[in-house]
Design a binder for this molecule. Structure first.
Ligand code: B1M
Length: 234
């Protein structure tokens, strides 16, 4: 984006300038620069969650808008995603380091036909940070993969992510199969992804739709507490 890229010394920028520069660097897919900037913000005392939301997710929103408008294309967005993952990789252990007690277990994966994983990874990181054990199935998961994981891992929660209008209906396929096999009520089912909304979550039979990772954590805590209370009540 900027022709003067080589002249910029990230550590000399103030916080606002640095975040703006991160937006540019994310846009340009400059992974090393993003990693360096994340380290600088950490040194300056920024909380990992603030870096994640204000710098990385904020920058990715700009990328998303230009992708939508046909200004950026898949190869460029892949580079941006790769740069974002570089930053997330540094933040992951810090977000998970809160020392929170284990509150529950979640199996999560992106649905069949969909390879978007940044949002799902963010949810996983935040859930781990809040004390959940997370089993991440990755991307492009068929109903069989979800069911095998539920059987093997016995989690409290099944989380599904979809970023495409063409793949979000697959969540219903998974939930319907769980109903068919009479295991639907054994799990809390949470769904998320940019094209979803609360109405869709209800319509497919999920327990809740989660707008973002922070909401996913709060919703998961609420539902797990409710489940434990019900079990305690007999
Ligand atoms: Co794609 N893509 N993409 N893409 N891509 C979108 C989703 C799109 C909206 C872009 C656009 O047109 N504006 C559009 C979908 C349109 C639609 O369906 N209506 C789109 C398209 C069309 C495509 C392709 C079809 C493009 C093509 O090939 N012509 C193709 C599809 C490939 C496939 O999946 N089969 C494709 C490919 C790609 C890349 C590979 C280049 C790359 C993905 C890289 C990767 O993930 N490793 C990519 C990217 C990066 C995007 C955008 C730009 C960014 C997505 C993202 O990471 N957002 C996206 C545009 C956008 O969303 N604005 C776009 C940041 C992330 C933090 O947010 O994922 O929403 P999000 O997650 C949030 C919440 O949604 C929620 O919490 C997260 C954190 O706060 N959440 C959950 C998500 N999952 C959850 C699960 C939960 C709970 C909460 O469970 C409990």
């Amino acid at each position: 984006m900027s022709e003067q890229e080589d002249d910029i010394i990230l550590s000399e920028l103030d916080d606002n300038e640095l975040v703006q520069q991160m937006y540019d660097d994310l846009y340009d897919g400059l992974k090393e620069e993003i990693e360096e900037a994340v380290e600088i913000l950490l040194e300056r005392g920024w909380a990992p969650y603030r870096i994640l939301t204000e710098a990385l997710v904020g920058g990715m929103t700009v990328v998303g808008n230009d992708f939508r408008d046909g200004i950026l294309f898949v190869p460029e967005v892949l580079l941006a995603a790769n740069a974002m993952k570089g930053g997330m990789f540094i933040l992951k252990p810090l977000l998970a380091e809160t020392g929170a007690p284990r509150v529950g277990k979640m199996v999560i994966g992106t649905v069949k036909g969909d390879i978007h994983d940044i949002g799902k990874n963010l949810v996983s990181m935040m859930m781990e940070g809040a004390g959940f054990e997370v089993v991440d199935l990755g991307i492009n998961n068929a109903v069989e993969t979800y069911l095998e994981a539920l059987e093997a891992e016995k989690p409290d929660i099944l989380g599904m992510s979809a970023l495409l209008t063409t793949t979000m209906p697959y969540m219903k396929v998974v939930i319907d199969t769980m109903v068919e096999k009479q295991i639907r009520d054994d799990y809390i089912v949470l769904v998320g992804g940019a094209p979803l909304n609360e109405e869709f979550g209800k319509a497919i039979g999920a327990d809740a739709y989660c707008r973002d990772a922070a909401v996913a954590v709060e919703t998961a805590k609420e539902w797990v507490a409710r489940k434990h209370n019900q079990m305690a009540a007999g």
